[in-house]
Design a protein around this ligand. Structure first.
Ligand code: ADP
Length: 233
């Protein structure tokens, strides 16, 4: 079991050099020091986290499946499936909450991500909206239930095939907007859980664009106008 206090915040990760400040041109949002204490990047098994809610990348039936869904049901025990049976499924882009049963997490928020493929009837934009909605509705449910900590897996990016970079921009953008909204400020920790090395690399690259560190201005390699104008002696 992994306690929340043992999951590093990105403030700690920047301090320890585990995350790097991005180049200014790539930054998507302004630095906000307070947010750095409320976001985590955790590589490992989401079913081990002792948080108020873990998010399940479920399918529309909510009756279990492979990937993280299978792992969550296996760790939570059969009572989770019993509660899920009473929910009558869930639409794509929507989320429903249950108890966590044998999991260390108190609750599971089941969200249904879009199935991604280029030649499907709804386009990439519709899928992006559905994926954003997964994150938004999960965060909203956490608030409605007065939960303070929530851990997400990389929804839709496994069996459902959503490109990890695109999906990560969506996840981070929604989380940033939510974390700094007035209602969202009640949420104390949002954890992005990654499982594979590939996903770790993507999050390490993109997370600093949405949650940049507050850093002193670095000295530039370019000569200043004044220095450039001074003739060499
Ligand atoms: P989807 O069907 O939404 O694509 P998957 O379960 O196939 O869902 O994959 C979602 C993400 O969950 C993937 O990034 C996968 O690597 C990750 N994953 C699988 N098992 C675990 C686990 N035990 N803990 C955290 N993440 C996991």
């Amino acid at each position: 079991m992994i306690w929340l206090k043992n999951v590093k915040t990105i403030a700690q990760m920047y301090k320890e050099g585990l995350l790097q400040a991005p180049r200014q041109a790539r930054v998507k949002r302004a630095p906000k020091v307070e947010l750095l204490e409320r976001i985590s990047l955790f590589q490992g098994d989401i079913t081990k986290l002792r948080v108020d809610a873990i998010v399940n990348a479920a399918n529309k039936s909510l009756l279990g499946g492979g990937g993280v869904d299978g792992a969550i049901h296996a760790a939570a025990g059969p009572k989770l499936l019993s509660e899920c049976r009473e929910l009558n499924g869930c639409l794509t882009g929507q989320s429903k909450i249950t108890r966590g049963y044998d999991l260390p997490a108190a609750h599971v928020i089941h969200t249904v991500g879009p199935v991604y493929s280029f030649d499907s009837s709804s386009g990439a934009e519709a899928k992006a909206e559905q994926l954003a909605s997964c994150y938004k509705t999960s965060l909203q449910l956490a608030l409605e239930n007065s939960l303070k900590s929530i851990a997400f897996p990389c929804v839709s990016t496994g069996i459902y095939g959503y490109p990890i970079e695109d999906a990560t921009h969506i996840a981070l953008g929604v989380a940033r907007d939510f974390a700094e909204s007035e209602e969202g400020s009640k949420l104390e920790r949002i954890i992005f859980t990654i499982w594979t090395q590939r996903d770790k690399g993507v999050y390490e690259d993109l997370l600093p664009l949405y949650f940049p560190p507050v850093v002193e201005e670095e000295p530039s390699d370019e000569p200043t106008a004044e220095a450039a104008a001074t003739p060499e002696t």
